[in-house]
Design a protein around this ligand. Structure first.
Ligand SMILES: [Zn+2]
Ligand SMILES: [Zn+2]
Length: 186
């Protein structure tokens, strides 16, 4: 009777420092799968249905100007295990980088980690990231190409290779110089 997956409003009730993610609205079309022209349905890594994950999932789309270079959705367990597979040093460096730079801005108008605005990036790469629950959006950020690069530089080569493997496995032909995990749960 109360099995409906749609009415779980208490999204992160495990008391992680008091700030739980709330759904702000529907998933914006910019975070839809470009290839399927609808919200992502399955996790790019494990293939499980995303609506089954009450903890939510993360959509990432990398653009160059208006063009989508690639896109993926990761359920939280996959996101976590990719993060866990990173070396301790890389994890610490990433967390530090994000904590130092995160500007507590939300949405797609400006970079969450520096003052670059989207309008100033007409031909450059940038990533759009959204934390979603079912068909709802809880959090969204833009990360400019410079910040993605800076993030990728602060992790070890081994960690970067692990990320590159994810890209190679899932997106043959895509240049692997990208950073797949901006804002691992700030
Ligand atoms: Zn998954
Ligand atoms: Zn930036």
């Amino acid at each position: 009777m109360s099995d409906s997956p749609g009415d779980n409003h208490d999204l992160r009730s495990n008391g992680d420092d008091g700030e739980s993610l709330r759904i702000r609205g529907p998933i914006p079309e910019e975070l839809y799968s470009f290839y399927e022209d609808r919200p992502f349905k399955i996790c790019t890594r494990c293939g499980e249905g995303l609506s089954d994950f009450q903890e939510g999932y993360r959509v990432s789309k990398i653009f160059r100007g208006e063009e989508v270079i690639f896109e993926y959705a990761l359920c939280l367990p996959c996101l976590r295990s990719m993060f866990e597979e990173s070396s301790e040093e890389s994890k610490a460096a990433l967390m530090r980088f994000q904590m130092e730079r995160f500007r507590f801005v939300t949405g797609f108008d400006e970079c969450a980690l520096c003052e670059n605005e989207r309008e100033a990036l007409p031909t450059q790469e940038y990533g759009l990231v959204g934390i979603c629950f079912g068909e709802g959006l809880a959090e969204s950020n833009l990360i400019c190409g410079c910040c993605m690069e800076a993030m990728s530089e602060c992790v070890s080569e081994e960690t970067r290779k692990g990320w590159d493997r994810f890209v190679e496995d899932n997106f043959p032909g895509v240049p692997a110089d990208f950073e797949p995990m901006p804002l691992a749960q700030c």
